[in-house]
Ligand binder design. Structure first.
Ligand SMILES: O=P(O)(O)OC[C@H]1O[C@@H](O)[C@@H](O)[C@@H](O)[C@@H]1O
Length: 269
């Protein structure tokens, strides 16, 4: 049923003790992720805020087909990131500067030089990146972003900067592409304007300024997630403020403020 999703705060070694408003980290905790619990009516997508004070692991996720073939679930994990805020010079590592083979990648993951082989993108608010399955990636320090992802938690860590967490080198190497990141997967959410950020094949994501136009309404035919960015939205009469996320049974249930800015997301049929 339409309404706000509950939030879950996740501690991470690379998280932040102080979060930007309206979020608050409990005393003594470094919160790295805020998850909006996927509702049973729309289990395909997971929305997270991610806050980093250190780099995340260098990692890779499987596709739907690989996940099914390995008997570890029905969904792989494609994800996308909208940069909300970043410290000057903050970077995302996505793909490699040059093609490299599996053996070279394994050696580089083992000795940590993988970091230097990756392509690092300096980011600022509004930058947008779609991360296809099998793309090696690492989110750097000093970044706040919104992630919309397939609702899967399968992450294969290739390198973790010496932190004492489990690595998954064999599983990761079996699916990681030693290739540059396709530039077409990179975009920009234009400040204050509507834009389609992802249009399938797994899910759709749009930035909506004011109320969505008829073309956008036509594309969002079923249930959707609404993430207000500037100004509140009302979903079935309930106010959802920036920092929240809601399920709407239909786009007609959402009252978008005329001067607001929101994200909307839905799985593709
Ligand atoms: O394995 P760590 O470093 O904690 O990072 C895990 C996180 O990585 C990011 O790139 C995203 O895929 C998040 O959805 C994921 O939770």
């Amino acid at each position: 049923m339409s309404g706000p999703l509950s939030m879950r705060l996740i501690e991470k070694p690379w998280g932040c003790a102080v979060l930007p408003a309206p979020f608050v980290a409990p005393a003594g905790q470094r919160i790295g992720e805020i998850w909006f619990e996927p509702p049973p009516e729309l289990p395909e997508l997971l929305v997270k805020y991610i806050f980093t004070s250190e780099a995340l692991s260098v990692q890779v996720h499987p596709s739907d087909a690989q996940t099914l073939a390995n008997g570890i679930g029905e969904q792989g994990k494609e994800e996308c990131w909208l940069i909300v805020d970043s410290e000057p010079g903050a970077k995302l590592g996505i793909g490699f500067r040059q093609n490299l083979d599996q053996e070279a990648m394994r050696r580089a993951a083992l000795d940590g030089s993988i970091e230097n082989l990756m392509e690092w993108h300096t980011v600022s608010a509004g930058d947008f990146f779609y991360i296809p399955a099998n793309t090696v990636h690492a989110i750097g320090a000093g970044i706040s972003l919104i992630e919309v992802q397939q609702n899967s938690d399968i992450t294969y860590r290739l390198y973790d900067y010496g932190r004492p967490r489990e690595l998954h080198l064999d599983e990761g190497m079996a699916i990681a592409k030693g290739e540059p990141y396709p530039q077409a997967c990179k975009g920009k959410a234009p400040a204050g304007n509507s834009a389609s950020l992802v249009s399938g094949p797994l899910f759709m994501l749009d930035q909506v300024a004011g109320a969505p136009d008829s073309g956008t309404r036509d594309r969002y035919k079923g249930r959707l997630l609404v993430i207000p960015r500037e100004g509140p939205v009302h979903v079935a009469g309930m106010e959802i403020a920036p920092g929240g996320c809601a399920l709407a049974d239909s786009i007609a249930d959402v009252d978008f403020a005329s001067s607001g800015l929101s994200l909307i997301a839905a799985p593709c049929e």
